[in-house]
Ligand binder design. Structure first.
Ligand code: PEP
Ligand code: MG
Length: 542
């Protein structure tokens, strides 16, 4: 045994429940064959490659169906990468040079990885591509790529990080997950949260664990306890709703019609605080017509929970490529032409979107607010507001995702009706920490005092300017953090469907004065650990 009983391994927790289980280390897959020249014809190798890509694609479909929900969207995006025509053309060039199908595809992916590599924004995408490359090569070599996981028992999986394809293969025996790398926005974190599997990510010390060790996965305590039992688990505060309504409205984040329907059927969300329109178009090769857009937006608006619906114009770019926009390769896509900046080359699409939203608003009679993502200056906010007001009768706002606009909220008085803070990107840009980089999870922790103080300033600026300030980033999904947000003066939160009830309960369990007291205690902290501890401590004394 390399770790002493009771040893605490720190990381970042995902979820509110704990689990005890036996460590099951997930090792890298069986080695793939060496890359060699082929003795077969180019045509034979080409057909073999096509079959292998089709097999992997079918397998992704099956995994998507099995995983469902958020994970299904991730598999759709992976299929898009796998079936990329340019990638196939590069592989065909390698086939013409006499390489086997597996070698040709592997080399083509390496060529792409080299082009994208060195750019941290594409790290996650390059990892996905390499995972697909291994799957295609394994299919060609007849190697089984499925994880071999126990079907019965209680196991805690330990690995560097898990790909979406890995997570879809988790059996019922997987009661917890620990990753050495990976941050709060990694695939593993998102999927574990949506499947309610307790996880601790960014837990480097877990490298010392061995198969057969017993561990307690304690996400609320941001830790793993070696040999620990459930009695040691940090209890999530059980918020009991004392008031009929939360201190500030809790809205739902949606991307699809199914999300809108689910939010209405399963939650008491007060409208929608973020409709991510780009999620409708992640695999569209041609731009949707105005008629198409009106039809899909109308269906979604009609199905959304009662209350205002905040629709964001397309936020393509960086980690969300939209094929029909043909966005050029950029050295630093997260610092590049993304979000509202697309107005430079795609003004027509943004205008069409605003026209379609106006037609859908009138057709459904719903209260629609529109906002633009990735706004950096008051000038951009004004340009968007003028454009939107010239087209429709909706409320107009902007997202606060850059430190530059966060510093100018007061100056938005009379320019916009509202702002909505995207803490995912705001953290990325405040801390200069790529949100997709698995090694930087600790900087993206929403309890970072630098983020909390920035949110306090944004809320103050909004109050002075007379504009409402919502938060729609992942941070609002943490019920204790939502209480702090209300205390800072944030006027609404918007969270993923699965978190609406718990966040509503938290915000219905106390009054605004208590939220303010808690926020003041949190503002005094100078580390994320101290900030979180101050909030939990104050909440547990209520
Ligand atoms: C955010 O940045 O916090 C946000 C809500 O937008 P997205 O996650 O879609 O970039
Ligand atoms: Mg964002």
């Amino acid at each position: 045994m390399s770790v002493a009983q009771g040893t605490v391994l720190s990381g970042l927790g995902v979820g509110l429940n704990s689990a005890v289980g036996e460590v099951h280390i997930v090792k890298p897959q069986a080695p793939l064959p060496e890359w060699t020249k082929s003795s077969k014809s180019v045509d034979e190798e080409r057909s073999a490659l096509k079959v292998a890509i089709a097999n992997v694609s079918e397998n992704l479909d099956a995994l998507g169906v099995r995983a469902g929900g958020t994970s299904a969207e991730i598999f759709e995006a992976l299929k898009f990468l796998l079936e990329d025509e340019e990638l196939f053309e590069v592989a065909e060039g390698n086939l013409d040079d006499g390489w086997t199908a597996g070698a040709a595809y592997g080399m083509a992916v390496n060529t792409f990885a080299e082009i994208l590599g060195g750019d941290p924004d594409f790290d996650e995408r390059v990892k996905d591509l390499q995972d697909l490359s291994r799957r295609v090569q394994a299919d060609l070599a007849g190697i089984e790529m499925a994880l071999t996981l126990p079907e019965i028992g209680r196991y805690v999986l330990v690995g560097d990080d898990f790909s979406p394809a890995d997570t879809a293969q988790f059996t019922k025996a997987v009661v917890g997950v620990i990753t050495l790398k990976g941050g709060p926005t990694s695939h593993t974190a998102i999927i574990c949260r949506s499947r309610s599997i307790p996880a601790v990510v960014s837990c480097g010390a877990a490298a010392d664990l061995e198969n057969g060790d017993t561990v307690l996965v304690d996400p609320v305590g941001d830790r793993v306890v070696f040999g620990g039992d459930e009695t040691l688990a940090t209890k999530a505060i059980e918020f009991v709703a004392l008031n009929a309504e939360p201190v500030i409205p809790v809205r739902a984040n949606i991307g699809t019609l199914a999300d809108a329907e689910g939010a209405t059927a399963e939650t008491k969300a007060e409208g929608v605080g973020l409709f991510r329109t780009e999620l409708l178009y992640l695999s569209a090769n041609t731009a949707p017509s105005i008629d198409d857009q009106v039809a899909s937006y109308s269906a979604i608006l009609a199905a959304a929970p009662a209350g205002p619906i905040v629709v964001r114009t397309i936020d393509a770019g960086s980690d969300k490529p939209v094929p029909f926009l043909n966005m050029p390769h950029e050295e630093n896509p997260s610092l590049g032409v993304r979000g509202y900046r697309l107005i430079q080359d795609h003004r027509e699409f943004i205008e069409d979107q605003l026209k379609s939203l106006e037609l859908a608003r009138v057709a459904t009679g719903r209260e629609v607010w529109v906002m633009a993502p990735m706004i950096a200056t008051v000038g951009e906010a004004k340009a968007f507001a003028d454009l939107a007001r010239s087209i429709g009768g909706y409320k107009v706002g902007v997202m606060v995702e850059t430190p530059s606009i966060a510093a100018m909220i007061e100056q938005l008085e009379g320019v916009v009706d509202f702002v909505s803070v995207g803490t995912n990107d705001l953290s990325q840009y405040l801390f200069a920490a790529d949100r997709m980089n698995p090694s930087l999870g600790a900087l993206l922790n929403h309890w970072q005092p630098g983020l909390i103080r920035t949110l306090a300033r944004i809320a103050d600026g909004g109050k002075k300017a007379g504009i409402s300030v919502g938060v729609c980033g992942e941070s609002a999904s943490d019920p204790a953090f939502a209480v702090v947000l209300a205390g800072l003066g944030i006027t609404s939160v918007s969270v993923s469907k699965s978190q609406v009830t718990v966040v509503r309960n938290a915000l219905s369990s106390l009054d605004l004065g208590a939220c303010k007291e808690i926020a003041n205690k949190v503002l005094a902290a100078t580390s994320p650990e101290a900030a979180k501890a101050a909030a939990l401590d104050a909440l547990s004394q209520l």
